[in-house]
Design a binder for this molecule. Structure first.
Ligand SMILES: NC(=O)c1ccc[n+]([C@@H]2O[C@H](COP(=O)([O-])OP(=O)(O)OC[C@H]3O[C@@H](n4cnc5c(N)ncnc54)[C@H](O)[C@@H]3O)[C@@H](O)[C@H]2O)c1
Ligand SMILES: [Zn+2]
Length: 295
């Protein structure tokens, strides 16, 4: 395993490693062969200031993620979610892509990428210029009505929540991985939630909560993509969630090489041809630079 110093959030990667040494060489060869399908997770966005669940920045032991059942089952749970999210979303919306997102977009621009599947809900791949990204778990910048199904921009809801809560102020320095922020109960109780503009129905962020299934067609598309990949490249995911791990199993079962870049172990390590324990901004920048001679 290769260990490198972490570079600062969003800052330029320093001290690029020697990519001619193994396992960098193996990784560079796999990527250089093309048809790479990227499967990214929360670890790709920690260098943009968004915490992950299970890595060093994870707050999993302090914050319980919202479940679909809790959200749909209780108005109080929805008020709590929207109050905390009204505060935390701002932070996610302001986050900028980092060197890792930019490197993935660059590999795509060079024609080496057959697809990008992300478990992240922050839109940072696209913000870095990547296209055709499959958002496995949706995106926080959209909202969906559970009654009429209409989707609308989160920015619109943000404005409506702001108008519905004059004088409601809160401030936070920390956010949880879901894009919500810790908030005392009395601030939650004073918060007014709004319904769908068209039908008055219940609004939910257009993300897949725990306890909810990823839409079937989206899953099938990802199985097809990973099944015909040249390499499945996992970036910054513990693969603890089956939702992403199943594509690693699928690829390995079809003898598609699996490569993993992640700080710390992942559930997919035994399925991988090559694993690299390194910070993603530095690692991906080094790999892209090392491939510079590639057409
Ligand atoms: N940014 C987001 O949109 C976001 C953030 C948190 C959670 N989530 C959701 O929660 C679930 C979490 O599962 P997951 O596997 O994606 O995340 P995870 O938290 O389980 O695993 C992240 C992994 O990335 C590693 N890591 C962290 N920073 C890294 C870096 N700079 N370089 C290399 N590795 C790094 C960690 O050590 C950890 O092993 C996903 O389903 C996702 O939908 C999304
Ligand atoms: Zn509606």
């Amino acid at each position: 395993m290769t260990r490198l110093a972490m570079d600062g959030p969003g800052g330029p990667p320093k001290d690029l490693p020697d990519v001619t040494a193994r396992p960098w060489r193996t990784l560079a060869d796999l990527i250089g062969d093309g048809d790479v399908v990227v499967l990214s997770g929360a670890g790709l966005s920690t260098e943009s200031g968004i915490p992950d669940y299970r890595g060093e920045t994870g707050r999993s032991r302090r914050a319980t993620p919202m479940t679909y059942q809790a959200f749909t089952g209780s108005a109080a749970a929805r008020r709590r979610y929207w109050a905390r999210s009204h505060l935390g979303w701002r932070h996610v919306a302001r986050a900028a892509p980092n060197a890792g997102h930019r490197a993935v977009a660059e590999l795509q621009r060079r024609g080496l990428v057959a697809g990008i599947i992300t478990q992240n809900v922050d839109g940072l791949h696209q913000a870095a210029g990547a296209g055709g990204v499959i958002e496995l778990h949706g995106n926080l910048d959209r909202v969906r009505c559970l009654d009429c199904g209409r989707r609308s921009p989160r920015a619109d809801l943000d404005e409506r929540l702001h108008d519905a809560n004059p004088g409601w102020h809160a401030h936070t320095e920390t956010i949880n991985p879901d894009g919500d922020a810790p908030l005392p109960d009395d601030r939650v109780e004073g918060f007014r939630v709004v319904g769908c503009r068209d039908c008055g129905g219940i609004l939910k962020p257009d993300v897949v909560f725990f306890g909810e299934n990823v839409p079937r067609r989206r899953v099938e598309e990802c199985f097809a993509l990973t099944g015909r990949a040249g390499t499945l490249l996992v970036l910054g995911s513990s693969l603890a969630v089956m939702s992403g791990y199943r594509f690693v199993r699928h690829a390995a079962g079809l003898s598609v090489p699996v490569a993993i870049i992640n700080r710390g172990p992942t559930r997919g390590d035994a399925d991988a041809l090559v694993t690299l324990d390194a910070p993603l901004g530095t690692a991906l920048t080094a790999l892209v630079d090392g491939l510079a001679g590639h057409p």
